[in-house]
Design a binder for this molecule. Sequence first.
Ligand SMILES: C[S@@+](CC[C@H](N)C(=O)[O-])C[C@H]1O[C@@H](n2cnc3c(N)ncnc32)[C@H](O)[C@@H]1O
Length: 324
Amino acid sequence: MITNKKNSSRNKTMALTVEDKSVFKNRLITLSDLKQHPDITNTTICADTFKALSYLPNEFADLIIIDPPYNLTKNFGNRTFNAMNTKAYEKYLDSWFHQVCLKLKDTGSLYLCGDYKCTSCLQRAIEKEGLFILNRITWQREKGRGAANNWKNGMEDIWFAVKNPKSYYFNLEAVKIRRSVLAPYKKDGLPKDWQATAGGNFRDTCPSNFWDDISIPFWSMSENTPHPTQKPEKLYAKLILASSKEGDMVFDPFLGSGTSSVVAKKLNRKYCGIEIDEEYAMLSLKRLKAADNDKSIQGYTDGVFWERNTLQKQNALKQNLKNS
Ligand SMILES: C[S@@+](CC[C@H](N)C(=O)[O-])C[C@H]1O[C@@H](n2cnc3c(N)ncnc32)[C@H](O)[C@@H]1O
């Protein structure tokens, strides 16, 4: 439930006020709007994806990011997604995955998120569709609920697939990770493949498919909202920077609190997202409005992604650049 209550000053979680609701409700695109105005550029559609998809043009998206309900019992606003057996979850995926893939350009890329319970179903859905799996990213989430008789789940998967493995866009340079150099080798007295800076010694490295530099949004981060499964902006920034160009269209059929659209906007891409829950859809609009004035993405500065817990080093570097 999203309320009007005041948070403590350090709690930056974004919530909807009564005034926000009266403003943003009218800005949501409904199914009937969609039937009359099929231009979906930079829109937040509040509807059931399964109904809305047929009104969207085929092959309009350069990049599709899908973060569907996982096979867990979870409340999303007023609706509950109920865990089911594997066969039933595969049937659920089959009921929409092909329709979503029709929206992807032939040169486009698709990312599909899941956890250890549903990841095999996701792989099968992608293979059945005839897409080419190029990778499976494992994101170490860090935060997770402890279990008395099991290992705590601290990871998620993000499947990376394309329609045409001979023709897709991938920008490795845009997603390098800045890491501290532990062994600062020198050649002829000069740093070998690293930079000596006021904030420390760093090397920009190629990212692998294991991501351990991204935390789940929490209450002291301005990107945080009350959505129960919000993805970090830094995570989506990597997907969007690697797999789309400025001006490209990013589509998200399970928008939630709007992370994909917000990050697309911050990185000068176009966006379209569909979310069934009105409050989450309005939160997306509020985040999109905030992005008019603040394009920052925590953990991504000056064109590079930073390792976790390096804020002090980043600030020292910034300060030094300012003073120089
Ligand atoms: C895992 S969450 C996505 C979270 C999102 N990535 C974010 O960063 O906030 C899945 C979302 O899909 C929405 N959803 C579930 N079924 C839907 C449907 N049939 N049509 C549209 N949205 C749906 C849920 O309300 C929920 O917000």
